[in-house]
Each structure stands twice: as structure tokens, then as C-alpha cells.
Design a protein around this ligand. Structure first.
Ligand code: 5GP
Ligand code: ZN
Length: 114
């Protein structure tokens, strides 16, 4: 597995995934353990371990992820709203150390995050 990284392996096609969107910078696929009717993982195509590894050089991938989120949200019928979550690091509950954004929706979400 490339870098021993699950999401790099998914993007390399070594592990199957249900793709919902792809462009030059971003790959997005359905979470294997969805917490809502729509639960998509939006992942930059370069290995950035977490939000703590962002720099001036790679931060454009965050913008590309959010450009993808806008497209995916419309394609998934989430014009009424949705939630985007980034877990960062051990205390933030991050389990896969490749930067990703959870796009969650398809139901009325509560006002509180936790
Ligand atoms: P994190 O906890 O790092 O923010 O999010 C990792 C997410 O990856 C979890 O929501 C988990 O369900 C999802 N996940 C873990 N392994 C796989 C997998 O093999 N395939 C897919 N599609 N999602 C996965
Ligand atoms: Zn990776």
C-alpha cells in the first residue's frame, strides 16, 4: 500500500470505493460507515496528513476540496444545507491520517456539533 495510507490506496484503486466525484485535485467517495443518508469523504489527491500539515504551498487543495463540495452537494440534492467536518489529530478523532472533509447531509441535522 502506497505510504501505508488507506486513502492513497483507495485513490490508487488498490481498495474499492464508491466514487461520487473526481477531478485533477480531488477524489470523493462514500464513507463505508455513513452517519447520515449522504456521507461523502472529500480527499485531496496529494498525501497531506492532516490540517496541521497545511502550508502556503499545499493549502490550495483545501480550496479545491470546497469547490468539489459545492458540486457534490448540489448533485446529492443538499441545496437545503449540509455539514462539513474535518477531524484533526488524535484528540480531534482523526482515524485516517490523510486530510479529508466529511460532507454530511440528506437529513435535518441538529444545531449542535457534539
Ligand atoms: P476520520 O475519523 O479520520 O475523520 O474519518 C475516516 C473515515 O473513513 C471514517 O468515517 C470511516 O468510516 C471511513 N473509512 C474507513 N475505512 C474506509 C474504507 O475502507 N472505505 C471507505 N469508503 N471509508 C472508510
Ligand atoms: Zn494518503
Amino acid at each position: 500500500m502506497l505510504n501505508d495510507c488507506l486513502f492513497c490506496a483507495i485513490m490508487a484503486g488498490e481498495i474499492p470505493s464508491t466514487k461520487v466525484y473526481e477531478d485533477e485535485y480531488v477524489y470523493a467517495f462514500r464513507d463505508i460507515n455513513p452517519v447520515a443518508p449522504v456521507h461523502v469523504l472529500v480527499v485531496p489527491k496529494v498525501h497531506i496528513p492532516s490540517a496541521l500539515a497545511l502550508t502556503e504551498q499545499n493549502s490550495m487543495y483545501v480550496a479545491k476540496c470546497f469547490e468539489a463540495i459545492e458540486k457534490i452537494a448540489r448533485a446529492e440534492g443538499l441545496e437545503g444545507g449540509f455539514r462539513v467536518i474535518n477531524n484533526c489529530g488524535e484528540d480531534g478523532g482523526q482515524s485516517v491520517m490523510h486530510l479529508h472533509f466529511h460532507l454530511i447531509g440528506g437529513t435535518k441535522l441538529g444545531e449542535k456539533l457534539i
